[in-house]
Design a protein around this ligand. Structure first.
Ligand SMILES: *Cc1c(COP(=O)(O)O)cnc(C)c1O
Length: 664
C-alpha cells in the first residue's frame, strides 16, 4: 500500500492472497468479513462471520470446523469443465471421469455429497484399504459407477472385490504386485468369475515434491515392466486379454511441477499403445491423483504451491495422451483421474478463537525517569534518547547500542533475582529495552538481511507478538506440524481496517511446537508472522484456517481408516521359560470401530448391501443362495482387523471363507 492510500477490503484480499488460493470460492465483503462464494457469484456469498455467530448463539463450542457442501459440488463442476474444454480443444475421442479417493476425506457426508454432485458425470470412487472398500461398496447405487481398489489387498479384501463383481458392480482391483495378481486369479477361478482388473505401473518418472516417492523406481507401489509382461503373457496364453481393463499410475500427492506430470503421462501412454497393439482389452488410462492446491498462494514450484492451473492440468493430460496415441495410430482411451485433494481442500474451514495477545510492551514516547528510579532506568532512557538524536548510524554503532541495551537488561535480571530491584523498576527497564529494540530494528530494515550481524537480524522476530488461540496444531494442522505445509489463515472480521499487528499463532497445547510457524503473504516469501488487528476490549477475535478439507480435518491417526495398531505390553521375568511375560494386549481397531468414527454404521451398511443384493436376486442376476453368501461374507468383514491380514497358508481355493483363529 502506498503512503497516500486508504485501506480497503481489496487490500485485505491482496495481503492474504485470496485470489491466488481461493479459486474464486472466498472473498472479503463490504463489511470486512470473509465470505464463501459457492457459485463464485459474490452477490450470492455467505458471510462466514454470520454463520459463526449463528452457531455460537446455539451454544456450539470452538474450535469449529465448517463444511460448505456446495463448494464440493463447485469443485467437481470445475474439474469436469476443465476436462471438457481440454478435450474439445484438441478433439479427443475418449471420455473423462473422476474417481474420488475416499482416503482424502472419508466422512460419510462428504463422500455422499461428492457422489450426488458427480452422478450426472458418472463420477466413481477409489479406495485404498479394506475398511474403505467396506464403506464404499454399498454406496454404488448403479452398476456402472466405478470403484477402483488400490493398496495392498489381503484375502478378505480380494474376496470382497470379487463379491462386488458377482453382484454386477463395476469394481476393479488395481494390481500392485505380482503375487497379488496370482491370489486374485486363484480366487476368481474358484468363484468362476472373469474378474477384470487394472495394473499400477511403476514408472521411471519420479514425482516432485513431498510425496515424490509414491512414483519412480524407489516407489513401494506398482509393478515393473518385466512383471507386467509376465501378466500379459499369462493372459495371452489363456486368451483372456479382455480382463486387463485399466492402466494406472500415481505420482504422489500435490504434484508441484506440471512437467513431471507430462513426462509420466507420456511414459504410460507409450505402454498403453504398445499393449493395445498386442490386443489387450485396456479401456481406461488412469492418471492417479496429485492435482495440487495452491496453499502457498504462489505459482512457484514450492512444496506447498503448484506451477499450473486446473485448466493447464487437464490440457497437459489430454493433449499428451492424444499426441502419443495419434502418432502411433492407436485409438484414444477413456481417461480417469483420482483427484482427492483438489476436490475437497476448499470445502472446509476451521474457525479458531484468539484467547489473548501477548506483546512486547514498550515504554511510551514521552517516558521520563523520575528521581528515585534505578540507575539502569536512567541509563536505558539515555540510550534511547541518543538513538533518537542520531538518525544516521552505521551498523557497528547500532550493534553497539543493542549490546548496551541487552547488557543493561541482563544486569537488571540478575539484580532482580538477588532481590535488589523492585518489580516496578524491572517493568520500566523491560519496556525501555523493547522500545530500544524497536528503534534499532526499524533502522536495520534499510540493510539487506544477509549483511546484518545475526543478533540484529533476529531482532525482528523477537518483536513479533504471540496470539494464543484455542486449538491444537497436532489435532487440526497435522501437515503443518509434520511437514511444514502452510495453510492460508485470515482474521474473518474487521478486514475493512488495516491489520497493524504482527503475531505468531500459538495453540493451547503445552508443547513448544504447538504453534503455526510459517504463513503465506505477498511476494514469493515465507513469513514468520500473520498480520492481525489490535483486539478491542471484550471482542472475540477469530481466525479462519482455510483449505482444510483434504487430509487435515479427517486425519488424526485415522489415515486410510487404518486406526490404532494393536499394542502388547511385555515384562521381563526370569521365572518364565522365555524370560518374559505378556502383561496386556490392547487390540487394534476393528473395521467397524473405524467406520463408525466417520459416520458409517454397520447396520446401515448391511441394509444397503442387502437391498442391492435382493434387487439382483429379483432381477435373476444372482441365485438366492449366492446372494445370501455374499451378504454373510460382507458382514463378516466388519470384525476384521483394519490392517493387512497375511494369508496363513497361501490362498486356498474355496468360495466360502472359513474364519481362522488368527483373524479374531
Ligand atoms: C492418495 C491417492 C490419491 C489422491 O491423491 P490426491 O493428491 O489427493 O489427488 C489418488 N490415487 C492414489 C492411488 C492415492 O494413493
Amino acid at each position: 500500500m502506498g503512503p497516500e492510500e486508504v485501506w480497503s477490503t481489496a487490500h485485505a484480499e491482496e495481503l492474504y492472497l485470496l485470489s491466488a488460493w481461493s479459486d474464486g470460492f472466498f472473498s472479503v465483503n463490504a463489511q470486512g468479513h470473509v465470505q464463501v462464494d459457492p457459485t463464485k457469484d459474490r452477490s450470492a456469498g455467505i458471510d462466514i462471520a454470520s454463520v459463526v455467530n449463528h452457531l455460537e448463539r446455539k451454544g456450539i463450542s470452538f474450535p469449529l470446523l465448517i463444511r460448505f457442501q456446495d463448494v464440493l459440488k463447485g469443485r467437481i463442476e470445475q474439474l469436469y469443465e476443465a476436462f471438457r474444454l481440454a478435450k474439445e480443444d484438441v478433439g479427443f475421442d475418449g471420455s473423462y471421469t473422476a474417481v474420488y479417493p475416499i482416503k482424502v476425506n472419508q466422512l460419510h457426508e462428504v463422500v455422499e455429497e461428492i457422489l450426488d454432485a458427480g452422478r450426472p458425470h458418472g463420477l466413481g470412487l477409489e479406495c485404498g484399504s479394506k475398511a474403505e472398500l467396506i464403506a464404499a461398496l454399498p454406496l454404488l447405487e448403479d452398476d456402472d459407477t466405478l470403484l477402483i481398489c488400490n493398496g495392498y489387498k489381503d484375502r478378505s479384501m480380494l474376496d470382497l472385490i470379487l463379491s462386488g463383481q458377482q453382484m454386477g458392480k463395476s469394481v476393479l482391483p488395481v494390481i500392485e504386485k505380482l503375487d497379488e495378481f496370482e491370489a486374485y486369479d486363484l480366487q476368481a477361478q474358484a468363484m468362476r468369475l472373469s474378474a477384470p482388473f487394472g495394473v499400477r505401473l511403476r514408472l521411471t518418472t519420479a514425482g516432485a515434491g513431498k510425496w515424490a516417492d509414491s512414483g519412480g523406481d524407489l516407489s513401494k507401489f506398482g509393478i515393473s515392466v518385466p512383471e507386467l509382461l509376465r501378466v500379459v503373457e499369462l493372459l495371452e496364453e489363456r486368451g483372456e486379454q479382455d480382463r486387463f481393463r485399466l492402466l494406472h499410475f500415481h505420482l504422489g500427492s500435490q504434484i508441484s511441477d506440471i512437467r513431471t506430470l507430462k513426462k509420466a503421462v507420456r511414459e504410460i501412454t507409450q505402454v498403453y499403445v504398445q499393449l493395445k497393439r498386442r490386443g489387450l482389452g485396456i479401456r481406461f488410462l488412469d492418471v492417479g491423483g496429485g492435482l495440487g492446491i495452491n496453499y502457498g498462494g504462489t505459482y512457484a514450484s514450492h512444496d506447498d504451491a503448484i506451477n499450473y492451473s486446473l485448466g493447464e492440468y487437464a490440457n497437459a493430460i489430454v493433449a499428451t495422451v492424444k499426441e502419443v496415441c495419434d502418432s502411433e495410430g492407436v485409438g484414444h482411451p477413456d481417461l480417469i483421474s483420482e483427484s482427492g485433494r483438489a476436490l475437497t481442500a476448499h470445502h472446509s474451514v476451521l474457525i479458531i478463537n484468539s484467547v489473548g495477545l501477548y506483546s512486547k510492551e514498550e515504554a511510551p514516547e514521552d517516558f521520563l525517569p523520575v528521581e528515585n528510579n534505578h540507575r539502569l532506568v536512567f541509563d536505558l532512557h539515555a540510550l534511547r534518547e541518543w538513538l533518537r538524536e542520531e538518525p544516521h548510524m552505521g551498523l557497528s554503532q547500532l550493534l553497539e547500542a543493542y549490546h548496551d541495551a541487552a547488557g543493561k537488561r541482563a544486569e537488571a535480571d540478575s539484580l532482580f533475582s538477588l532481590g535488589y530491584l523492585p518489580l516496578e523498576e524491572k517493568a520500566a527497564i523491560e519496556r525501555l529495552y523493547w522500545a530500544i529494540c524497536r528503534q534499532i530494528n526499524d533502522r536495520v530494515q534499510a540493510w539487506d538481511s544477509d549483511a546484518l550481524p545475526p543478533e540484529l537480524d533476529r531482532l525482528d522476530s523477537h518483536l513479533i507478538d504471540q496470539c494464543l488461540c484455542d486449538f491444537s496444531v497436532f489435532q487440526s494442522l497435522l501437515d503443518h506440524w509434520a511437514i511444514g505445509q502452510r495453510f492460508p489463515i485470515i482474521p474473518i472480521q474487521r478486514l475493512d481496517e488495516e491489520p497493524t499487528r504482527r503475531a505468531v499463532l500459538v495453540d493451547l497445547t503445552c508443547d513448544s511446537d504447538g504453534k503455526v510457524s510459517s504463513y503465506i503473504g505477498p511476494g514469493h516469501k515465507e513469513y514468520e508472522f500473520l498480520r492481525m488487528h489490535d483486539p478491542h476490549p471484550g471482542e472475540t477475535y477469530r481466525f479462519g484456517i482455510f483449505l482444510m478439507g483434504a487430509y487435515q480435518d479427517i486425519m488424526g491417526d485415522t489415515h486410510n481408516l487404518f486406526g490404532r495398531v494393536t499394542e502388547a505390553h511385555i515384562y521381563a521375568d526370569d521365572e518364565e521359560p522365555e524370560g518374559f511375560y505378556v502383561e496386556k494386549i490392547i487390540r487394534g481397531t476393528k473395521v467397524k470401530d473405524m467406520l463408525e468414527l466417520v459416520q458409517y454404521f454397520p447396520n446401515d451398511l448391511y441394509n444397503r448391501m442387502s437391498r442391492h443384493i435382493r434387487s439382483k436376486i429379483q432381477a435373476g442376476q444372482l441365485k438366492s443362495s449366492e446372494g445370501y453368501e455374499l451378504l454373510e461374507r460382507y458382514a463378516e468383514t466388519f470384525n476384521d482387523s483394519t490392517y493387512y491380514v497375511a494369508p496363513s497358508t497361501g490362498p486356498t481355493i474355496s468360495g466360502t471363507r472359513k474364519r481362522k483363529k488368527s483373524d479374531e
